[in-house]
Design a protein around this ligand. Structure first.
Ligand SMILES: O=C(O)CCC(=O)C(=O)O
Length: 260
């Protein structure tokens, strides 16, 4: 894993300058293969849930918060460069969301959008990590991102956006890091091929995640996981709902003292 000092500094600099960078060849083939297999296995369950909830068709094939299905999705947490994530966010961080989807139809991530609206904090309000499960090409659709220097609070019209944005084509095994404040979108897929990707977002640990992963997975189960997995799932930054939990001895507190 590219967590050595020099690599951290190079990536941090690129992130400060442009708001994004690609970490090359940092995931083993087996990891992306298992994520893809897991996604294809779980997709029919989401199809039923989406039908039942009358969910927007543009969300077909999007498996939100797929990590609550456990392995192999949970194993990814141990392959993430936690030191780098912590450095980019400027302090302890947690998973905010974890979805897998296929850009094989007019999926809503093709809309030009931001995942965070804040750019005035002394750290990124949200950090996105996109993991291609199929190597991106311009035919199956890359990721378009507006670099920091060209950013504006107002959404650019699509003509301006596609003229100014960078087209990024991460490969299977890479991870694309970007500030959720940047305008971005998935490119069109003009083939019949799948273009699957896992999209994870991270925030500092005092910011509310989109889903209560620890409650969904069970506190006892989370306790059995690695330190990195526990941290990212928010186990060290849980919110008590009973006074006896609030008054626990320091080392057993739901919200640990080192989370800020
Ligand atoms: O799939 C892509 O290229 C972009 C994904 C995206 O827009 C997101 O994760 O917010």
């Amino acid at each position: 894993m590219a967590d050595d000092e020099q690599c951290l500094d190079v990536n941090q600099k690129k992130f400060n300058d442009d708001g994004f960078f690609i970490l090359r060849d940092c995931l083993q083939e087996d990891t992306t293969f298992k994520l893809t297999q897991g996604y294809e296995r779980v997709k029919p369950v989401y199809k039923k849930i989406h039908q039942h909830a009358n969910y927007d068709q543009r969300g077909d094939g999007v498996c939100h918060h797929i990590i609550i299905f456990g392995f192999p999705f949970l194993s990814l947490l141990d392959s993430l460069p936690l030191t780098l994530l912590t450095k980019l966010l400027g302090g302890p961080c947690v998973l905010n969301s974890f979805s897998i989807f296929d850009n094989n139809h007019d999926v809503y991530v093709r809309n030009i959008h931001q995942d965070s609206k804040l750019n005035y904090l002394p750290f990124p309000a949200m950090l996105n990590v996109l993991i291609p499960l199929d190597t991106f090409t311009s035919d199956i659709g890359g990721t378009y991102i507006l670099p920091k220097a060209k950013m504006n609070q107002a959404m650019p019209d699509s003509q301006t956006f596609f003229k100014t944005a960078e087209l990024l084509l991460p490969k299977q095994g890479d991870m694309l890091f970007f500030d959720g404040y940047l305008w971005h979108c998935a490119g069109e897929n003009i083939t019949n091929l799948p273009r699957r990707a896992a999209t994870l977002t991270f925030t500092r640990s005092f910011i509310k995640p989109q889903f209560d992963y620890c409650r969904a997975l069970g506190y006892d189960f989370c306790l059995s996981l690695s330190e990195n997995a526990k941290q990212l799932l928010g186990y060290n930054a849980r919110v008590p709902s009973q006074l006896m939990d609030w008054y626990r001895p320091l080392e057993l507190r739901f919200y640990q003292r080192d989370q800020y």
